[in-house]
Design a binder for this molecule. Structure first.
Ligand code: ATP
Length: 879
């Protein structure tokens, strides 16, 4: 990093960092600099090492128990058994390792996808790069809404205002300069610097990077808290809680079985071993990792559809979302703004975009119209020579209209140098600029009609009407434009001898007229609205725009019915009174579908209001004014192309293709994942319960031991884990978007799920105990044969159990489980592994397996099918 950059003159900094003011750094030199300074990340940690992931697998209580069992077996029992337990440990660790590796790598890939990006000048070209690739000496370009990627010294500013609340806690914006500052200027006063993590609220700037990554001011602050434990997702916490609860329960049951078995005359070591195997069997240690993999997979699937989930827990919250707040421009509309109507004097021009060029020639000669065009060009931050995607579309439309009319915006700007700017502010809803002219200054202003009109008089028209009569007249005109869905903007100007100040720039303006912009509703939105309706999700428009415009667009996209009643559309000015006033408990706001003329703070209050009333709120926004609301919402969704960098930074989800419809994919996937997780938890627990019940009842009923400890271990590694994983990969029920949203605060398994766990577990253990009793009492087979028949029955019954997991009372043959190819793959793999264990003489001996006759295997298949039929009967008999 470069020390005291605020004090050093720019030329010196450029020289010291071997950069170039115009050309920036040369692209070829970047890799070397990256190596030298490290990536622009906090902390600068690389990806997780493989050996660390492997070691983590060994640091697991289950593995400790297995190690203890292996050593005990080595001392008290035969060596083969001890070796077999070590083999089991190896398999378990290997599976755990690969699953964890997959999860970790997927997460790392996702983190990379969600990284912020930034504009730099390299080799003379303006390029868009990942913020992490910034190096010392880079020349960065700053525009409104950008998040500053690294600490940098300003070399050019154009009305640059930066919000530094991350560093200073102050919410106002700081005006920036380029001149060097005295040596001991405190950081809060270093106004010729921009700092990592701060946000450009308006204006433009160029700066040279002087400190990146952990050397930046924000890096210093964050470094202090870096060792704090990474926060677990709520889902992980829930799964861990469930696991811990089950561990306690299982240990209790295992202890009971050991004691019971011992008093019934069984060998103590054998009983301890059975207890250990049962404990290992029943503890669903695979749960969190299978859940992580399912989540990561869902996230990757979504990323392929242009939906980037930045935080894992967001997937689950997406599934639970029941309210979506959305802004209007660009999200519900095309954001292809064109000037459609102009009203000035008594003139009303409409459908302008359809008119021939000749239509316009006379317009330029009308002084009021000409003034409006000057305001449109000058009170405008778009660079006419370099219009880009990030530019404000309303301002772009004004420039394009002016060019179409024969104005040259570049020349107009050159001839009317800007002296002062009151930047556009979403709360004020207007903007003004002052320009030098001969003998004085001209101020141009544009903004929402209701905001601008309060600063205006109307003497330009000289119609002899009072101000209030004028206002009434213009109100009607604006309403007419708005009712057609046009976005309206009012214009005003004044001429002054003295240089205006920020405080008086809006005083005594002269009203000029109004322009209506056409921004058609997006065609694809309406279809999604229908899906949302069925899914129990309400979409609400929150916009800074005029109520009339908002209403028309809301009707066009299906948010509002055409004959919507008045309380469906609310005006920003009523909100404060209702939310904070005496009638704070007024629930009528919950009925509204459109909130018009709301500012950023009101958006925030609305979200809190809905959250207070028990809703899970998703918010789609893209402007810098949406940032607080995006943060506050349960799910913040930002647009990938149009969105301000700051909006993308705080969002949980980024829609890379800027399509409102993509959000539906996210919600669908969120629901699917949560359902998958519930399904494999039910599956794993019912399989585990089957084992516990089988061994427990056999001990109680004095039946021959149906399962040996090592067989239980084998079952858990083979029969449980693969189908569970396959369930985690499921595509979900077809009608998942016709079900109500999930309750994110509820437990993972509800009462019905627990009943399923018990029913399926019971069915399997009845079948296994049945075959043991039948083979023992009727067929009079040997103890080894009975044990093997019980083992295979359990293997088959557990594999078939996966088909019980499909939805309650759904179709049996065609459902989300039978159509999941992963499930079939998992069953095949499990069968092959069981066969493999049987074919290897050593393994077969260790697991006490032998070749059964076809008849004996047939009995196992039959009893296993019986278990499934029983489970299905239980399932379908339920109300
Ligand atoms: P939307 O939901 O349509 O995206 P928003 O909530 O982002 O709208 P703002 O962009 O804050 O709303 O705009 C609110 C109002 O401010 C607009 O209706 C318009 O009248 C005015 N306005 C918008 N952009 C500008 C601008 N660049 N200069 C001056 N006034 C503007």
């Amino acid at each position: 990093m470069l020390q005291n950059a605020f004090f050093t003159p720019v030329d010196e900094i450029i020289a010291q960092l071997d950069s170039d003011l115009e050309q920036g750094l040369a692209k070829e030199g970047i890799p070397e600099r990256l190596k030298k300074y490290g990536p622009n990340q906090i902390p600068e940690e690389g990806s997780k090492k493989r050996w660390a992931i492997f070691l983590e697998q060994l640091l697991d209580p289950i593995i400790y128990i297995l190690f203890a069992a292996a050593i005990l077996a080595f001392i008290f029992s035969d060596k083969l058994e001890s070796a077999a337990i070590f083999f089991v440990i190896l398999i378990s660790v290997t599976i755990g390792y690969f699953m964890e590796l997959k999860a970790v790598r997927s997460l790392e890939a996702l983190v990379k996808m969600g990284q912020t990006s930034t504009h730099v000048i390299r080799s003379g070209q303006r390029t868009h790069i990942k913020a992490a690739e910034i190096v010392l000496g880079d020349i960065i370009v700053l525009s409104p809404g950008d998040v500053v990627p690294a600490d940098a010294r300003l070399i050019h500013v154009d009305n640059l205002l930066v919000k530094e609340s991350v560093l200073t806690g102050e919410s106002f914006s700081v005006a920036k300069v380029t001149e060097p500052l005295p040596m001991n200027t405190p950081i809060t006063d270093q106004i010729n610097m921009v700092f990592r993590g701060t946000v450009v609220s308006s204006g433009f700037g160029k700066a040279i990077v002087t400190a990146s990554g952990k050397h930046s001011q924000l890096g210093n602050i964050q470094q202090m808290g870096v060792d704090a434990d990474k926060e677990r997702t709520p889902l992980e916490k829930k799964l861990n809680r469930l696991s811990n609860w089950l561990i306690g329960l299982t240990l209790g049951i295992a202890g009971l079985i050991i004691v019971l078995g011992y008093f019934r005359g069984n060998d103590l070591f054998f009983m301890i071993e059975t207890g250990v195997a049962l404990a290992v069997a029943a503890i669903p240690e695979g749960l969190p990792i299978v859940a992580t993999i399912a989540l990561a997979r869902g996230m990757i699937r979504l990323s392929k559809k242009q939906v980037i989930i930045k935080k894992m827990e967001a997937v689950q919250t997406l599934g639970a979302t029941d309210i979506i707040f959305t802004d209007k421009t660009g999200t519900l509309t095309e954001d292809r703004m064109v000037v459609s109507a102009v009203i000035f004097d008594e003139t009303y021009l409409d459908n302008l975009y359809q008119k021939e060029k000749s239509y316009y020639t006379s317009l330029k000669d009308k002084p009021v119209f000409d003034k409006m065009m000057m305001a449109g060009i000058l009170c405008n931050n778009v660079d006419p020579t370099a219009i880009n995607e990030q530019d404000d579309s309303i301002e772009v439309a004004l420039i394009q209209f002016a060019i179409h009319l024969g104005y040259d915006p570049k020349i107009v700007k050159q001839n009317n140098l800007e002296i002062l700017e009151l930047p556009f502010d979403s709360a004020l809803k207007l903007m003004a600029t002052a320009h030098k002219k001969q003998g004085g200054y001209t101020v141009y202003a544009k903004g929402a009609y209701e905001s601008l009109v309060d600063h205006c008089d109307f003497d330009v028209y000289g119609l002899g009407m009072s101000i209030s009569e004028h206002k009434l007249l213009w109100n009607k005109k604006v309403d007419t434009l708005a009712s057609q869905g046009l976005r309206t903007l009012a214009f005003a100007y004044k001429e002054e001898v003295e240089l205006p100040t920020r405080a008086n720039i809006l005083n005594g303006l002269t009203f000029l007229g109004v322009i209506g912009f056409l921004d058609p509703a997006r065609q694809d939105v309406k279809a999604v609205m229908d899906i949302y309706k069925k899914a129990g999700i309400k979409v609400i428009m929150v916009t800074g725009d005029h109520p009339g415009t908002s209403k028309k667009i809301a009707q066009d996209v299906g948010i509002l019915e055409v004959d919507a009643i008045a309380d469906k559309i609310r005006h920003g000015k009523d909100l404060k009174r209702i939310m904070e006033g005496a009638d704070g408990n007024d629930l009528s706001l919950l009925k509204a579908s459109v909130f018009a003329r709301v500012g950023p703070e009101q958006k925030l209050n609305l979200i809190s209001y809905y959250q207070r009333h028990g809703h899970i709120v998703g918010m789609i926004g893209d402007g810098i004014n949406d940032v607080p609301a995006l943060k506050k919402a349960d799910i913040g969704v930002a647009m990938g192309v149009r969105g301000a960098e700051a909006a993308r930074e705080v969002a949980d989800v980024i829609l890379k293709n800027d399509k409102f419809t993509a959000m539906e994919l996210g919600i669908r996937q969120g629901r699917v994942i949560f359902q998958n997780i519930r399904q494999f938890v039910v599956y794993l627990l019912s399989c585990n319960l089957a084992e516990i019940l089988t061994v427990g009842f056999a001990a109680l009923l004095n039946l021959p031991a149906p399962l040996l400890p090592l067989q239980i271990l084998f079952l858990n590694l083979v029969t449980d884990i693969f189908p569970a994983l396959a369930l985690g990969f499921g595509k979900g029920e077809k009608d998942i978007m016709e079900q109500p949203p999930q309750n994110p605060k509820g437990p993972i398994l509800d009462q019905n799920d627990w009943i399923s766990v018990v029913m399926y577990g019971l069915s399997i253990s009845i079948a296994v105990l049945g075959i043991v009793a039948y083979a023992d009492r009727i067929l009079k087979f040997s103890a080894e044969t009975i044990n093997n028949m019980a083992f295979y029955t359990l293997v088959f019954a557990q594999l078939l159990n996966v088909f019980n997991i499909a939805r309650h009372r759904g179709a049996f043959f065609v459902n989300e489980i039978t159509t999941n190819v992963w499930v079939w793959g998992a069953i095949l793999l499990s069968l092959l592994l069981t066969l493999g264990a049987n074919l290897s003489t050593h393994l077969a001996a260790a697991f006490s397996l032998r070749m059964l006759s076809m008849e004996q295997l047939g009995y196992s298949v039959l009893f296993a099918l019986g278990a499934m039929v029983l489970a299905q009967l239980f399932k379908r008999a339920r109300i």
